[in-house]
Design a protein around this ligand. Sequence first.
Ligand code: HEM
Length: 308
Amino acid sequence: MLGVDPPEHTRYRKLLTGKFTVRRMQQLSDHVADITTTHLDAMESAGGPVDLVEVFAFPIPALVICELLGVPYHDRDFFQQHVAAAVGGADHSMEARGAAFAAVQDYLRGLVLAKRNAPTDDLLSDLTGTDLTDDELSGIGTLLLGAGLDTTANMLALGTAALLTHPDQLAELRNDPETTDRAIEELLRYLSIAHTSARTALTDVELDGQLIKKGETVAVSIQAANRDPAKFHEPDTFDIGRSAVGHLGFGHGVHQCLGQQLARVEMRVALPALVRRFPTLRLAVPVADIPLRHGLDIYGAHELPVTW
Ligand code: HEM
């Protein structure tokens, strides 16, 4: 889906857009709040220090996307491991990434066949009622599962780290619920975890004096756009008081993120709930020791040790 142009892309996008509307995603808000409360309760009774990725940032979006798609959550170890290898960047060869991707797709293909035979109340079952083929459906399922897991999880982890290292901003978010929406947009801008995108020119294009010839591929830096001083005042400053509207954290144009409303609901619910439940939350290691995800398609943290 990410790699095809209209009209092929339009066909997929039309089938999916109605399932991810603002209204539909906001209806999920109470459910996301319940899932968040359960995880915060477990975290509190376990006691710190904990790895926030393991107990909070990964399981919340994983549960939400699994329920939405109709993917059994108990298979999470399998797909978490393979999704991680598929986006494995410099740590994995292209062959290893391809094999991991194929394994997730095979898994989804099996699930699609099962849903065709016995539909359940979820998105994959819904989509079996369209003219999408099994291959198309398992491809879309793989993209949604991967995109739904890896992105929001890293925003929750890295977003928490950003807040913990900017106590004044953290205090504002904790004390004033009105700041939530702006804080989330600013985190999306400032962190730009989906940092790079690629496009191929269909005709010769001149951009800012630079000729890009037909057929040439361009790597686009979303991070650079989100730190453009012509667009954002003091762009390297994390400031939840600013309006970050117009940031490119979810991309731009026909491929702009399909799941952005879902991601927003998850972040708007989970992050304030975390910082309010644990007023003394802090990093359990020096910032420099947080194992960051270098060389991967999605930036983030492998682990985030915190205590309170
Ligand atoms: C904070 C979390 C997220 C971020 C930062 C993010 C970022 C992005 C970006 C930058 C793109 C555009 C890529 C490009 O143009 O090359 C994109 C596309 C996409 N995202 Fe997200 N995403 C997030 C969450 C999600 C979630 C939760 C889902 C699924 C439910 C999702 C599903 C998709 C899909 C299907 C596309 C491809 C859309 C198309 O090609 O028409 N994303 N995302």
